[in-house]
Design a binder for this molecule. Sequence first.
Ligand code: ARG
Length: 478
Amino acid sequence: MARKNTTARAANRRSNTMWGGRYKLGPAEIMEKINASIGFDRRLYAQDIAGSVAHCDMLVAQGILTAKDGRDIKRGLAQVKAEIESGKFKFSTKLEDIHFNVEQRLTDIIGPAGGRLHTARSRNDQIALDVRMWVRDTIDKVEEMLRDLQAALIDRADEYSATIMPGFTHLQTAQPITFGHHLMAYVEMFGRDRSRFADCRARLNESPLGAAALAGSPHPIDPRKTAKALGFDRPMANSLDAVSDRDYVIEFIAAASTTAVHLSRLSEEIVIWCSAPFRFISLSDAFTTGSSIMPQKRNPDAAELTRAKVGRIVGAFVALCTILKGLPLTYGKDMQEDKEPLFDAADSLELGIAAMTGMIRDLKANPERMRAVASADYSVATDLADWLVRKVGLPFRQAHHVTGRLVGIAADKGVDLDKLSLEEMQAVEPKIDRSVFRVLTVEASVNARKSLGGTAPANVARAVAEARRRFLGRAGER
Ligand code: ARG
């Protein structure tokens, strides 16, 4: 009964104007609903129209379309674009997707010549092109945003190049480091992220246009022309691959996932550093929120949300791989399901990068507190062991043992290592002399770590200058 009703209702519909030639009935309501992608793929309008303009120019140049039709089509496309951008365009679910919505409106504006634009093209190479260009545009935006984030980190590292904080392993105080050095670690991480996006961009930069439905076209088309016009390095070599490849979506989201992991780690540090037991940094009113019940609270919500965005982004990666696995060549409608995860991953990533850049510029360090924690918990014990190696000539393993005994004595007394008397030290190792006290401060500890990539303030200052040159392209900063 229910089924009959659905069929009857479908019969009242007109068959599809784009492909309904052999159809007597329109689609069931639920068919229209599951099939339509216009709700989200309207975001591809700019790429779709740019691709159509290049395709139209090529068709004219090859003598497949007349110059007049070409002019009309381009005028119509320009109007469609203006209507979309001014919010006047009426998107229709009946027309399924962005391609049909644009083509139908084009035909309304210029008449039957609008129907000639789709010569030697299919929605299969068209969507492959649109998504490719959208990912390429998004990579360019993300690259720029990551550069801004690096610039913020580098500026703050410069400011805090000699600010001492505890370095952790296992989140236990390990050795004193500089805050600038810590921030510069993230500059390296985001630098690798940028190169991952650049790799993805280089690999995706081939045009699928000309593959048509899957097998190529019998028209005398020139895919090199469209590829060049749209900024691609070359057309794709295999038409089947051209319409079915979504590697670039996977690669983009994989690169986004790695970046999101980095953002999440830094977010976690910010949350920890802001907490009352740490108080290493504070964020201003601009980057915290209050509690509805506890008037004293300042919550680092932006850091928490950035920490969490990774869930959606890695989720998108899993979604994409799962959608594409087992898909036979070539195009399958399954591929329409790539867009929402892709868009969501890109939006989440951009939001996370922007929020992080804001927080990095906003945060204020509390150097007294950082130094106090860095000085506690025998953080300079390794410096004492290293001193025993260099000055007394002990094998490191033995120096480690002697230092361990001295730490034990100090801990029993409840004092720092430099508060032990020379006699107390000599009771454990007779060759220790007064000069040992020079290495038992956090300043001496960080200043001594001048090895390549080490935490010494002088190193950080140099790393800052180098990073400006390597990542920000500012010459003369050597
Ligand atoms: N909306 C479709 C997608 O996103 C466009 C391609 C449709 N092609 C087709 N033969 N139905 O994948």
